[in-house]
Design a protein around this ligand. Structure first.
Ligand SMILES: Nc1ncnc2c1ncn2[C@@H]1O[C@H](COP(=O)(O)OP(=O)(O)OP(=O)(O)O)[C@@H](O)[C@H]1O
Ligand SMILES: [Mg+2]
Length: 264
């Protein structure tokens, strides 16, 4: 099993010492070749769980009262920072809702891609640069050589999203975590970006796809989990069967609401 989340609790402690329980006893598994979709309303704990995988939540305020997150058999919650850094970007790629979660406003996008490559691969700078330009092309950025010298704010939101996807997929990670990867984009661009992620991601790798968009999940996921109030309330090995016959009343409500919005 590539990823095994076992009985995970994720909590946040604020400055007054009050604790919010964001995820409660969550267990999920993900293997190579699978796309696990996590759906659920805002605040249900989707990001808390997925961002815990590569320990991307700032701690404090986040802490993990119990559970394990085994990535290839090793618990990322107890890994050293050096081990984590070796994995992030190289074996686990992350795409956020907000590209500025991955991109630095201070550096040219080409340089950011080159530095990411050089951090993980033994390669000359010019080879890394060629790879960066190749990936800017792959994600559909026109005239990569000219765009590489731009700063993130000089690109549209859709273009920033593409750069972030290049950054996340360039090193062919075993696991891609995509947390609301397209919600900040308009609908036509959303579809393009999703198709791109699907096309560029290696077939034998795994995807954790977090979204509240059930249409996206039904297109992409091979398995899914529904979260509510920090808990996984339903999992399905067959998304088509889930949409036809959801077991939990909350899942039924979620699907009903999505259908109503589609009709509007
Ligand atoms: N940094 C934080 N400090 C305190 N509480 C937090 C923090 N991040 C998240 N929470 C709380 O944890 C709970 C779960 O939030 P989380 O962001 O994981 O939900 P989500 O399902 O990803 O929601 P959304 O769909 O809006 O992204 C919420 O009650 C939220 O307010
Ligand atoms: Mg979230």
């Amino acid at each position: 099993m590539l990823l095994s989340i076992e009985n995970l609790d994720v909590s946040f402690r604020n400055e007054e010492g009050e604790v919010t329980r964001a995820a409660i006893d969550v267990s999920l598994t993900l293997d190579r070749g699978e796309v696990l979709g996590i759906v659920g309303e805002s605040g249900s704990g989707k990001s808390s769980v997925s961002m815990s995988v590569a320990r991307l939540l700032p701690s404090p305020p986040a802490f993990w009262p119990k559970g394990r997150i085994l990535f290839d058999g090793v618990d990322t919650l107890t890994m050293s920072l050096a081990e984590l850094r070796a994995i992030r970007g190289r074996r686990i790629g992350v795409v956020f809702q907000d590209p500025m979660g991955s991109l630095s406003p201070l550096h040219r996008i080409g340089d950011q891609l080159v530095e990411t490559v050089l951090l993980h691969e033994r390669m000359t700078r010019s080879a890394a640069r060629a790879m960066a330009l190749e990936w800017l092309g792959k994600v559909g950025i026109p005239d990569p050589a000219a765009r590489a010298i731009a700063y993130p704010h000089e690109l549209s939101g859709g273009m920033q999203q593409r750069v972030m996807i290049a950054m996340a997929l360039m090193l062919e990670p075993d696991l891609l975590i995509a947390d609301e990867p397209t919600t900040a984009l308009d609908v036509t661009i959303q579809a393009q970006v999703l198709r791109l992620m699907k096309a560029l991601h290696r077939a034998n790798s795994a995807v954790l796809l977090i979204t509240h968009d059930l249409g996206v999940v039904s297109q992409m996921a091979t398995r899914l989990a529904v979260m509510k109030d920090g808990r996984v309330i339903e999992t399905a090995d067959d998304p088509a069967a889930f949409f036809a016959n959801p077991q939990h009343p909350y899942s039924r409500a979620l699907i009903g609401e999505a259908r109503r919005m589609e009709l509007e």
